[in-house]
Ligand binder design. Sequence first.
Ligand code: ADP
Ligand code: MG
Length: 258
Amino acid sequence: MPSIEFKNVSYAYVDANETHLALEDINLEIRDGEFLCLVGHSGCGKSTMLSLIAGLERSTKGEVLIDGKPIAGPGPDRSIVFQNYSLFPWQTAMKNIVFAMQQTNKQMSKTAVESRAHELLQQVGVADAADRYPSQLSGGMRQRVAIARALAIDAPVMLLDEPFGALDPMIRRRLQDMLLDLWKGSCCKTAVFVTHDIDEALILADRIVFMEPRHVIKTFDLPTDRDRTAAENDPVMRAVKEEVLELFEATETGREEE
Ligand code: ADP
Ligand code: MG
């Protein structure tokens, strides 16, 4: 059974008294344990897809199912990392993680929660900054903490909306590797990652889903034994990259600006 399923899903919003569709008749199965990247121009509906899975928005038509059941709202089975603002600014890095764990693991002792939070901060390489507030952290460090927090919740589904979009290329590269290592180590979490960067998608994804405004137009399976070198040299990966870049060009006309 796929872990997440979009069945004939449309999503409409009202703007200036007119109804517009952000998604139209989407059908997509996201397999249990896969790392899926949603790719497409800005404004094509990627974040809306993620919000529907997160249960932050409800579809106007059709259904989004998780393990066969309609999604009724947010839940501890799904964690989210946004591009910005995902940490509570009034709590230290450590407290952000502790708080998230206390919300979802009510039976865990305070000592156990704190020691797990410390371990996670170590895993993402920011243990030294445990007592700093988000405003005292660099963008890269904030996103590391946000990822540690998502992992702390230990949800089977991780949703990530352009989490590295605002970071410089070297830091972004490091965090991609870190995320991939953590995901592989976590075993069997389903990840849905939004990006408009094909190179990022090639490094992370088991499958790339390309969207044009309101629609999924094509999906690409990637080799499982991929890495950075393969992303540049493997003929299958290169062909996928070529095709995705062509789709980007083909869908550019008339798109909304950011
Ligand atoms: P993406 O994440 O791919 O950039 P989004 O899912 O954020 O795209 O949005 C898809 C389109 O729907 C955009 O044009 C966006 O402006 C519009 N949209 C979605 N929800 C709303 C809303 N509640 N109010 C106004 N516009 C919205
Ligand atoms: Mg978006």
